[in-house]
Design a protein around this ligand. Structure first.
Ligand code: CA
Length: 517
């Protein structure tokens, strides 16, 4: 049998996770003499010392709960023997108390990207067709197939054509205060850097989300007239379905001509806008993939890029760490504002942040949301948090062009990805332990596996294997640098992600906290 190994996250922790593939049997003896009193699955926690009932269990040097009964050293510590602590109060938090770590700017790194008129840079050159309402989705899908078959071959510089389909637009309380979230999300996605400033809208005509409401005059003023048009299916001119399709194809052809004229040029790495996220997490997420992403986040911030981390319920239990790392008391206050809003949102549905964890998380060794959050936060690295976005807001509209940003979103993979696209993401990093084939049509998604077993089985879905850290074959720094270089290759279009290779595109999912009618 291979030598029994565990990973300790902090010297003051009293539990550690089992590394060995397939777990370890009762009686397995670690090098320090600790013997398992029972079988412990891979990624699950083992008590390093005797933990009498009521003991505080520490991982990441944070209490992840108290033991419900006596657990001798060598016991399996899982959710059934832990009482989860309550959420940290949002008052009396340390506000901007941590001094920024001394770092040197990272210079000389570039990629080949598409410069946009607004100063943003695309990593892909895509024609997006924005829709105001779900009613037009079938028509747009039909048109997209025709555009791909008949027009796209004429424009080799254009990577793809994407219908931005969604379930919003009508049958909703569109004047409810929180309706601003889905509306501005759609508005800002249409201006994502990968769409080249071309905004083509297909509307039905009678829907609540009228094109004028999706793109008010102030927004239209920032889009060149030639780059903006609206095809309305209920317009009198349309007689028959093919009239609608012809109209969409004619519009698409004009946008494709302009997009095709664009060329990649060398731009500094500071033009990257990277959204980081995790999904299908396990206990290795916080030990391998997320720390490597955190190291890469620090590199990107030093290079002047923008990095967003998100997922409210996966940072809520570490809010004190985050407010302490804010670059100013105002930024810390904005973080508290987003947490309080989300607490109230969850309370409306009579749940709290503990509703986050999945059966797969627990099978993977994560006992509760506190433990999951501690592993999730490390994606943010160590840089100061310099700005906060509310769901659906845009970095550029808020004047943010660099630094580590907290973009508040649900943890749901597709909703988080959708909101990060709206913020202006041009590259997505996604870590997974259980495995998910997640991908987005609008932006490359680089998937990082937390375990070698997953990377081996999903060899044509995972882009990077951070399990090599647990195997002792690479350090967190090695993987962080490898990811940094991979991001530049993918951004330049020199390398495709596996999700791009297979054309795996999850649907956009809007966050609509407002009522439907
Ligand atoms: Ca997620």
């Amino acid at each position: 049998m291979p030598e029994p190994l565990y990973i300790l996250m902090h010297p003051l922790d009293n539990v550690a996770i089992v590394v060995n593939h397939g777990g370890l049997p009762a009686g397995a003896r670690f090098a320090n003499g600790l013997v398992l009193t029972q079988a412990v699955p891979q990624g699950h926690k083992v008590a390093l010392v005797d933990l009498p009932q009521g003991s505080v269990v520490r991982r990441y040097n944070v209490s992840i709960g108290e033991t419900l009964r006596d657990l001798p050293a060598g016991s399996w510590v899982n959710e059934s023997v832990l009482h989860m602590p309550p959420a940290r109060s949002l008052s009396a938090l340390p506000m901007a108390t941590v001094a920024a770590p001394a770092t040197q700017p990272l210079t000389g790194y570039t990629f080949e990207g598409y410069r946009n008129a607004d100063g943003s840079v695309g990593t892909r050159n895509i024609l997006a067709i924005t829709t105001t309402v779900q009613c037009v989705s079938g028509v747009v899908e039909f048109a997209v197939q025709r555009i791909k078959a008949e027009l796209l071959p004429k424009y080799p510089n254009v990577d793809d054509v994407v219908g931005l389909e969604h379930t919003y637009g009508c049958g909703v309380a569109i004047d409810a205060p929180d309706a601003i979230i889905p509306i501005r999300t759609l508005r800002h996605i249409s201006q994502n850097p990968n769409f080249g400033g071309e905004v083509m809208v297909v509307s039905l005509g009678c829907e609540k989300l009228q094109p004028e409401r999706l793109l008010p005059n102030a927004v239209r003023a920032s889009i060149p007239a030639a780059a903006l048009d609206v095809v309305c299916l209920q317009a009198e001119q349309h007689v028959g379905f093919m009239s609608m399709i012809d109209s969409i194809l004619q519009s698409a052809d004009k946008h494709l001509q302009r997009l095709n004229a664009r060329q990649r040029e060398t731009v500094p790495a500071s033009a990257l806008v990277v959204g980081v996220q995790c999904g299908g997490s396990d206990a290795f997420s916080g030990a391998t993939a997320n720390p490597a992403v955190g190291f890469c986040t620090d590199l990107l911030v030093r290079a002047g890029a923008t990095v967003m981390f998100s997922e409210v319920t996966e940072v809520r239990d570490g809010i004190d760490q985050l407010t302490a790392r804010a670059s100013s008391p105002e930024v810390a206050q904005a973080m508290v504002r987003e947490m309080a809003w989300y607490d109230a949102y969850l309370a409306q549905g009579r749940v709290d942040r503990s509703a986050n964890t999945t059966p797969g998380n627990k099978q993977g060794g994560l006992s509760n949301i506190v433990e999951k959050a501690m592993g999730s936060i490390v994606k943010s690295g160590s840089a100061p948090i310099s700005a906060v976005l509310s769901p659906g807001e845009s970095l550029r509209q808020n004047g943010i062009t660099h630094g580590l940003v907290y973009a508040a979103t649900p943890a749901s993979d597709f909703i988080c990805g959708t909101l990060q696209l709206a913020a202006g993401m041009n590259l997505h990093v996604f870590t997974t332990g259980r495995g998910t084939p997640y991908g987005l049509a609008a932006c490359p998604v680089i998937k990082v596996a937390t375990r070698t077993d997953l990377a081996r089985r999903w060899h044509d879905l995972m882009d990077l294997n951070a399990g090599r850290i647990a195997d002792g074959e690479a350090s967190i720094e090695d993987l962080g640098w490898e990811l940094f270089h991979l991001l530049l290759e993918v951004a330049s279009g020199r390398q495709k992600t596996w999700a791009e290779h297979w054309g795996l595109h999850n649907a956009l999912v809007l966050f609509n906290p407002a009522p439907v009618t």
